[in-house]
Write a new protein. Structure first.
Length: 410
């Protein structure tokens, strides 16, 4: 039995790799294919008389590790310099404002139609309002550089803002004493801890000459994240700052203290570290969505009671996003369609305690919203001309001459 399970697991991951390779040509997000593959395995297992134990407890474990790796991978690829101010500012606004508008709007609908308190309604609404970087970032790797950077910033910041907002709403629901001031204090503490931990980890990476170098770094990153979560600190900020620090060593050379880390030598190690994170992210993300697809019940996809609400929520997601894009003067195509729900949404949904859960927001609704937003993204990417990236890349050097590269990219 053990051998059969391992063979099946290897074959599934190899199929997931094929999905990733063909995504640029088919424009079908690999997450949809992974969910279908996992669901298909679930349907076949009884026919083959294979008894698979309950794997539900593994879902939040894989999801949390996958979220950490995805944000870390994305932040390692981002550049911070003066030319990025415009894209950072716009992604900051687009990741925060639509989430708040959508959260309070959905909370009002849930409170009215579900006859529940607004606080509980808001707690259940937030998990539906966060863009999933685990789906968005891999899906845009073949877009033009400016669009890819924008989505990476936006989805990573959306994850962070979503976790902070959810923790604040959930904690205030459990404790009347938890205030906005305390949340801001936690944010400040996390930024301080992140700076100290980041410098220490970078110093370790530059000094360790043992043949095992990156395993302890990754384990320490996970350890700091989980300890921060115990104290309800926004731990994703540490992951984002750590990745940005390592990925932008060249930009930090103007600070004298950074030379103690030997940035030129450290850059080579960071490149190797990045390759390791990319490989680990692929494996973890693939396993998570395969498992989530395996755990999906057919009746959850076809649940007519939640399907109408799922369609309304999906329509509101893209309506609010379109309005924000218009106000921010961001071209709608193709980035309007890239607002998927996925890993982070499932984790937040599973974090809702029973006392705060409401009947309207259930697993079928979450599954349907994830599938609908993924389908919208798929058709949006398919509608994007395949030769657009080449045209944008050719135009980019021209726009750089008059300093308008960022506005052109967006």
């Amino acid at each position: 039995m053990t051998t059969a399970i391992l063979i099946t697991l290897c074959l599934l991951l190899l199929v997931a790799y094929v999905f990733d390779l063909t995504a640029s040509k088919t424009r079908i997000p690999s997450v949809i294919l992974l969910l279908l593959l996992g669901w298909g395995v679930k349907q076949l297992s009884p026919l083959l008389n294979i008894n698979i134990p309950d794997l539900t407890p593994l879902l939040p474990v894989l999801g949390t590790i996958g979220l950490i790796l995805i944000v870390l991978e994305g932040s390692l690829e981002l550049e911070l310099n003066g030319s990025k101010k415009n894209i950072i500012r716009k992604s900051l606004v687009v990741s925060l404002l639509p989430m708040l508008v959508l959260a309070f709007g959905l909370a009002g609908l849930f409170a009215y139609f579900g006859q529940v308190s607004f606080r509980d309604a808001l707690t259940n609404a937030v998990p539906l309002c966060v863009i999933s970087s685990s789906i968005a970032i891999p899906s845009v790797k073949y877009l033009v550089s400016g669009d890819k950077e924008f989505i990476t910033y936006e989805s990573s910041l959306s994850d962070i803002f979503g976790v902070i907002f959810f923790n604040f709403v959930a904690l205030t629901g459990n404790s009347e004493s938890h205030t906005l001031v305390e949340s801001l204090g936690q944010l400040g503490v996390m930024i301080g801890v992140s700076f100290i931990a980041t410098v220490l980890l970078a110093f370790m990476m530059s000094k360790i000459d043992h043949h095992i170098k990156f395993a302890p770094i990754v384990l320490l990153v996970l350890l700091i994240y989980f300890i921060s979560k115990i104290y309800h600190l926004p731990a994703l900020i540490f992951i984002l700052l750590f990745g940005l620090f390592l990925g932008n060593l060249d930009e930090l050379k103007r600070f004298k203290w950074i030379h103690k880390l030997k940035p030129d030598e450290l850059n080579r190690e960071v490149h190797k570290f990045h390759e390791l994170i990319v490989e680990a992210t692929f494996l973890t993300r693939s396993l998570f969505f395969l498992l989530f697809g395996f755990l999906i019940e057919t009746r959850e996809i076809l649940d007519t009671q939640s399907l109408l609400w799922a369609a309304i929520i999906t329509a509101l997601i893209f309506l609010v996003r379109a309005i924000q894009f218009k106000l921010s003067r961001i071209p709608l195509k193709p980035m309007l369609f890239i607002a998927p729900r996925g890993l982070i949404n499932i984790l937040l949904f599973l974090s809702i305690i029973p006392a705060q859960s409401i009947p309207m927001v259930n697993k079928p609704l979450m599954v349907q919203v994830i599938l609908l937003t993924a389908l919208v993204m798929m058709f949006g990417l398919m509608a994007t001309k395949k030769n657009e990236p080449e045209l944008e890349i050719e135009k980019k050097p021209i726009t750089l001459k008059d300093g308008s590269a960022e506005s052109t990219a967006l």
